[in-house]
Write a protein that binds this ligand. Structure first.
Ligand SMILES: Cc1cc2nc3c(=O)[nH]c(=O)nc-3n(C[C@H](O)[C@H](O)[C@H](O)COP(=O)(O)O)c2cc1C
Length: 325
């Protein structure tokens, strides 16, 4: 465990700053992550995680874990996020991750997808704090101190009354940090979030808490700390609409267009067809900040409706006055 390294931003955790990028399945793949990490220095973006890797009844293979991680680059760490309920398979996957040099493991207790719930994984485990503790403890024991294990929860399953119990369960299991997405499973991703639930988790444990939920401006990275006392802050959808949210810099339309164009190019390099790459770009356009590259909602709608992938990318380049090669 690298807890004795005094250069670390927080003892026992490999993060390079206290602002983190959230794992988002279908979006924060190695391509997206590397574009963001390349644009945000480790001093401002402290680390991130892979999208969840679902573990069923046997450990995931090294190649599957490598696929989630993508090419390694120096700088802020990328942890592996696992989700599952089979303790042996989770522990086995965690041990393989250690062998592959993964710097930390996160456990997903928040995924609201039906598939996860049916397998008693993800958010289903919020109904059973003792079970959640067992999952954390078994992975902590499997990695045997080699790397930290963190946990990510929602504030509850269909109410937030037990957020303290859930936080204490993660801590008792040995989690080195707890991320709290302030919504419950039943609140999904609905607008509005109650950060006081994060504050309640903070006051019930000694481990660092990472606050998450609607941190969608640079200023809110500080506000969430001030209001909840959380040590770390995690940005999800806000980073899809503004990959520079961590530094808070103002970015020109040309630079924004370049990001989207580089994203499409990298997806195509990975083998995506133009339509597939354009669909991924649209996922970002849907959240993209308005005002510079995309001036208003009607331009966003126009881009979202464009069915021709090449035309979409040309239109974005035109908006940013970037010449595509
Ligand atoms: C498209 C999408 C995919 C997500 N996938 C994951 C995931 O793989 N693992 C996870 O722990 N959370 C996942 N989440 C939840 C986010 O990490 C985060 O907790 C949530 O979006 C709240 O933060 P925000 O309000 O800043 O977006 C996902 C969210 C979205 C929108």
């Amino acid at each position: 465990m690298p807890s004795l390294d005094s250069s670390l931003i927080y003892p026992g955790l490999p993060f390079t700053s206290r602002d983190l990028l959230a794992p988002m399945e279908g979006v924060t793949d190695p391509v997206f992550r590397s574009l963001v990490l390349a644009r945000q220095s480790p001093e401002v973006l402290g680390g991130t995680y892979t999208e969840f890797l679902r573990v069923l009844d046997r450990p995931r293979q090294p190649i599957e874990i490598e696929r989630m991680l993508g090419p390694r680059s120096p700088g802020a760490p990328v942890g592996l996020q696992l989700m599952g309920a089979d303790l042996g398979a989770l522990g086995g996957s965690a041990r393989i991750a250690v062998e592959l040099g993964v710097p930390l493991i996160d456990l997903n207790f928040g995924c609201p997808a039906k598939g996860a719930l049916r397998g008693c994984a993800g958010a289903a485990q919020l109904k059973d704090p003792a079970g959640l503790e067992r999952v954390v403890a078994s992975v902590v024991s499997a990695v045997d101190g080699a790397i930290p294990v963190t946990a990510k929860i929602r504030a509850g399953y269909d109410h937030a009354d037990d957020v303290e119990d859930l936080a204490r369960a993660a801590e008792s299991g040995g989690a080195a940090m707890l991320t709290v997405h302030a919504r419950t499973r039943s609140e999904g991703y609905s607008p509005g979030v109650d950060w006081s639930r994060i504050a309640r988790a903070v006051s019930s444990v000694a481990i660092p808490v990472c606050g998450n939920g609607d941190v969608n401006t640079h200023a809110k990275l500080q506000t969430i700390r001030d209001e909840t006392g959380c040590a770390f802050a995690m940005v999800g959808r806000g980073a899809l609409g503004n990959p520079w949210i961590f530094s808070g810099e103002t970015v020109s339309a040309a630079e924004q267009a370049r990001f989207l164009s580089d994203y499409a190019d990298a997806m195509r390099h990975e083998g995506a067809e133009i339509l597939g790459a354009a669909a991924r770009v649209k996922q970002l356009v849907k959240h993209w900040m308005l005002g510079t590259l995309i001036p208003d909602e009607s331009t966003r709608l126009e881009l979202m409706r464009e069915k021709d992938g090449a035309a979409l990318l040309t239109r974005i380049a035109d908006l940013g006055e970037v010449v595509r090669g």
